[in-house]
Each structure stands twice: as C-alpha cells, then as structure tokens.
Ligand binder design. Structure first.
Ligand SMILES: Nc1ncnc2c1ncn2[C@@H]1O[C@H](COP(=O)(O)OP(=O)(O)O)[C@@H](O)[C@H]1O
Ligand SMILES: [Mg+2]
Length: 230
C-alpha cells in the first residue's frame, strides 16, 4: 500500500460531471446525471438511496468497470479514461477488490479456488495462496466449505465467498455493491466488521446501500434518480 493511502484527507478518487445513460430513443434511461464526488483514502464511504437511483452505476464508473458517457473519473490523480486497458486491468488486479451484485463466482472452481484466484493472478507462491485463502474463508465463516462448488452454497454464503475473494489480496480499495443485502443481521454484522477492518488497516471501502452500513459509515452519498441529493 502506498503512503498516499494512509492519510484520511488524501483524495483517492474524484468524479466530475459524471453522467451515464442506458438504452436509446424512447427506452433511454439516464442512470447518472452531473455527479461530482470524491472518495477519500482511508474512509468507509456509503452510497445510498432508493432502488434504481444509480448506486450500482456510480460504483461501476468510479471503479473503472464501466465508462461514463459524460464527465471524468480520476484515481490517484490519473484520468481513468486515459489509462489503456492494461493499466486499468493492472489497477484493478493490484489495488482493488470487488464484491458486486452479480457475484461472478466461477462455477467450475471450488469455493477455495475462487477465493485464491486473485492471489494466483498476482503470482503468489502456492503455500502463501493456500494459507491466505484458508484464513479468509475462516474469517467469513466458511472454513469447512472450501472444497464445495459455489452452486452448493446458499445466496448468503456465496456473498461471503465473493467478499473473501475481494479481500484476499489486501486491496487498497474495496468496492462492494450491497454486500449485506441478502444476509441475516448476524452475518451482515460480520461483513461490516470485515469492511471496517479494511479501513482500520488504512484501506478504503466504497459500499452501496444498506441502513446498517449507513450507521457505520464515515461518510454517506445519497443518490436519487441519478443525482446526488444533500
Ligand atoms: N444495463 C442496464 N440497461 C438498462 N438500464 C439500466 C441498466 N443498468 C441500470 N439501468 C437503469 O439505470 C438506473 C440506475 O440503475 P442502478 O445504477 O442499478 O441503480 P441502483 O443500484 O441504485 O438500484 C435504473 O433506472 C436502472 O433501471
Ligand atoms: Mg444496485
């Protein structure tokens, strides 16, 4: 982790005039409109607001998963749109962890193998990979499910696998889209402890929508109809 990520006042991400539309003609939907925001390094930032308000779209644009139609996103001062595909992929692999609503667990890999994937891609040694994935599966309460395939797990367990995978590389920034949405309150509290732990270690967490998460946020952005509301 770079030292620039340890100071709370350091701007990690900044969006200016962000806009995004889906579809065209009569079916066109403006999902984001004129959004200006920042993400400070070392904070737990929650994006909240009603369903359809643009939370997922904003997370995708800020994290470089989707390209905005209008405006700019800067990460550590670099304009995301000006990074080539390799640089963007490198940023995602080395600095970011993702837990998005479509969990994207690979069905042909076991739970442990799914969690190990970021470590494998980063070229870690085999014993480190095994040790770290076992540690994370323990943390999310799935120590004994490593050999199962994702389809055998409940929805809530699958979310926890995706979170373990998002955290396994000690990313500087974790982007999580409603990670507690399908969990009971005990499991949700465990997930929040995990995310809070990332921030306590100097990392940054951007997470969307959940009243329990809002209560533990350092800062909250509210989106309605694609616009930030005070
Ligand atoms: N792939 C898509 N195609 C068409 N419309 C979309 C797509 N994704 C999102 N939308 C629309 O964009 C708006 C914002 O959606 P989204 O960012 O998913 O909001 P939220 O996460 O707050 O529920 C909604 O009106 C939604 O229907
Ligand atoms: Mg959403």
């Amino acid at each position: 982790m770079t030292s620039s990520l340890t100071a709370r006042t350091t701007v990690l991400a900044a969006a200016h005039g962000l806009g995004k539309d889906y579809g065209s003609g009569d079916a066109a939907v403006t999902a984001l409109s004129d959004v200006d925001c920042t993400v400070a390094a070392g904070e737990l930032l929650v994006i909240t607001g009603p369903s359809g308000g643009g939370k997922t779209t904003l997370l995708h644009c800020l994290s470089g998963i989707a390209a905005p139609d209008r405006g700019e996103v800067h990460i550590d001062g670099a304009d995301l749109a000006r990074l080539d595909d390799d640089a963007r992929a490198d940023l995602r692999r080395r600095r970011f962890g993702f837990c998005f609503q479509t969990l994207n667990l690979l069905p042909a890999l076991t739970v442990a193998e799914n969690v190990q994937l970021p470590l494998v891609l980063a070229g870690n040694p085999a014993d480190r990979i095994r040790q770290r994935s076992a540690e994370l599966l323990g943390t999310v309460g799935l120590a004994d499910r490593g050999d199962a395939f994702p389809a055998r797990l409940s929805g809530g367990e699958q979310v926890r696998v995706a979170l373990a995978r998002a955290l396994v590389n000690d990313p500087a920034v974790v982007w999580a889209d409603e990670p507690t949405g399908s969990l009971d309150s005990v499991a949700a509290a465990g997930v929040l402890d995990l995310l809070r732990g990332v921030v306590d270690r100097g990392g940054t967490v951007v997470v969307s929508h959940d009243p329990d998460v809002v209560a533990r946020a350092d800062r909250v952005l509210r989106l309605r109809d694609g616009r930030l509301v005070p």
